[in-house]
Design a protein around this ligand. Structure first.
Ligand SMILES: *[C@@H]1O[C@H](CO)[C@@H](O)[C@H](O)[C@H]1NC(C)=O
Ligand SMILES: *[C@@H]1O[C@H](CO)[C@@H](O)[C@H](O)[C@H]1NC(C)=O
Ligand SMILES: *[C@@H]1O[C@H](CO)[C@@H](O)[C@H](O)[C@H]1NC(C)=O
Ligand SMILES: *[C@@H]1O[C@H](CO)[C@@H](O)[C@H](O)[C@H]1NC(C)=O
Length: 455
């Protein structure tokens, strides 16, 4: 059951008006309300978590620069790299042909988003490199950046910092990784090796953007899974955190805007912020048919712990919030991610964070909800066509689909619909009724959205 210490959601209008504000304020009194770095971001929707963007993940515990040699792991905790993984990483990312001087694909993780988005952007670069037979290198500027990229926590990515061709930077000294720090006059007049190579156009990067688009992967998504599973392999940052059991179902709950249901845009599109309770209920009923005795877990950011829908999961389905990952402190977000990735049965929210955990997991069953309209990200484009582990669920008709291609067609049909006949217009009230616990809050944005359609 959820452990509710602060029931901030009430039926009063005043409370409803405060709801969003309450979500934004971490309450240190609980010790668990700290925002985790799990949030994705999309081009259209405001990110309620912008205030946290300056928080850094730090790089302590990540494979240190000294440990770039095979098998020598960082001291402790996150980012340890075993010799078999480091060999795999090198085969994968460090496969440099030292006589070639064509451009190197740079991994810059250039995105406004966070971990899930960083993974999409990095994946696009990795795949482009594979398809064009180019080596890859982590952009060394990422280590100096004020905002520490979360992918630095991934040992294999961190290891890709090495420059196996030091002769490219005459006058600069330091082995593989230290060469980036050389600011002596002899090294490009104090401007360093990276700037020299950049001025010589030795690096290529991918186009800016979110790259939340599996079509860019060119080959079936499953065919890239071995590569990406190695590139993004990471262990639980803290030992001793119990993982989900084989018969357990793990839910990832996320709403993009507090307790609101709808997000109506000036240009007429209407987004849904979260999957309704009925989706998780469906997944849980379905799950229990063949997994008697399994438990229901919810992984969520602590700012969501009192969300009315999440509370319903606890109160009506007996779900338990996964709190042990908080012990990982600043790495709690990573612990959450690894926890999700270890699940054998997973029900997602529309988020890149859970998308990646699911895709890279060895889960037998992945429940994937889709909306009768838009999500905060191009969610239909991320359906993993050809991967039999997924079960897609239309939250409006309650129909489920094993065939990703069929689900994707339905999903895109909703998204592309224009005019009064579209489900999100014609049936907005019925859709709202799927969220009774949120409807009761009379959120002003939802009220406006509902007034805009005929009863
Ligand atoms: C790089 O050089 C330093 C000393 O300058 C040394 O301690 C370290 O082991 C070297 N690393 C590699 C990977 O050769
Ligand atoms: C390395 O690159 C050079 C120049 O492009 C090419 O001639 C050579 O065949 C490549 N070697 C390997 C092992 O791919
Ligand atoms: C996805 O990528 C493909 C191939 O690059 C492109 O043609 C398509 O327009 C992209 N879709 C979206 C929604 O950006
Ligand atoms: C889908 O399921 C929900 C919850 O059980 C129910 O309220 C709704 O009427 C169902 N919708 C359809 C179209 O059957």
């Amino acid at each position: 059951m959820c452990y509710v210490r602060f029931l901030t959601f009430s039926l009063s209008v005043a409370a409803a008006l405060l709801t969003v504000a309450r979500f934004l304020v971490p309450r240190p009194t609980t010790g668990l309300q700290e925002k985790r770095e799990t949030t994705e971001r999309d081009e259209q929707s405001e990110d309620q978590f912008d205030q946290f963007t300056t928080e850094t993940t730090g790089v302590t515990g990540v494979v240190t620069r000294e440990s770039a040699g095979a098998g020598s792991a960082g001291s402790a905790g996150a980012g340890q790299i075993g010799s078999s993984l480091s060999q795999k990483c090198d085969d994968l990312l460090g496969n440099w042909n030292t006589s070639q001087d064509f451009p190197v694909m740079l991994l810059s993780a250039d995105t406004k988003g966070r971990f899930g988005n960083e993974l999409f952007v990095t994946t696009t670069a990795l795949i482009r490199a594979q398809l064009t037979n180019r080596p890859v290198m982590l952009n060394p500027q990422l280590l100096k950046a004020k905002k520490k990229r979360q992918i630095l926590k991934l040992p294999c990515i961190h290891r890709a910092l090495r420059l196996p061709m030091p002769h490219m930077c005459p006058g600069c000294t330091g082995n593989l990784t230290e060469i980036w720090d050389d600011r002596s006059d002899a090294c490009n007049f104090g401007r360093g090796c990276f700037e020299l190579l950049q001025s010589q156009k030795r690096f290529v990067d991918i186009d800016p953007g979110y790259h939340q688009n599996l079509t860019e992967w060119e080959k079936p998504p499953l065919s890239w899974r071995p590569l990406l599973a190695t590139a993004f392999q990471v262990d639980m940052p803290l030992t001793g955190i119990a993982l989900p059991g084989d018969k357990d179902l793990v839910v990832y709950y996320r709403s993009y805007n507090g307790a609101a249901i709808f997000d109506v845009r000036a240009w007429g599109a209407t987004f849904l912020h979260s999957p309704p309770f009925s989706f998780f209920d469906f997944a849980w009923q379905q799950h229990q048919k063949s997994n008697a005795g399994g438990k229901l877990w919810v992984v969520s950011d602590p700012v969501m712990y009192e969300h009315p829908t999440l509370l319903r999961l606890c109160n009506e389905l007996g779900a338990e919030i996964v709190r042990s990952t908080s012990e990982a402190g600043k790495d709690a977000w990573l612990a959450d991610w690894v926890w999700l990735r270890e699940a054998k049965h997973l029900a997602m929210s529309a988020s890149t964070f859970s998308w990646w955990a699911a895709y890279l997991s060895d889960a037998k069953r992945i429940y994937y909800p889709f909306f009768p309209g838009m999500a905060a990200l191009p969610w239909c484009d991320l359906m993993v066509v050809g991967d039999p582990r997924y079960l897609y669920y239309d939250i409006f008709t309650n129909a489920s689909f094993n065939d990703g291609a069929v689900a994707k067609d339905h999903c895109l049909e909703y998204v592309r619909c224009r005019g009064v006949q579209c489900a999100m217009k014609k049936h907005r009230r019925a859709i709202a009724n799927l969220y009774p616990e949120l409807l009761a809050l009379k959120n002003s944005k939802d009220e406006t959205a509902l007034r805009a359609v005929p009863p």
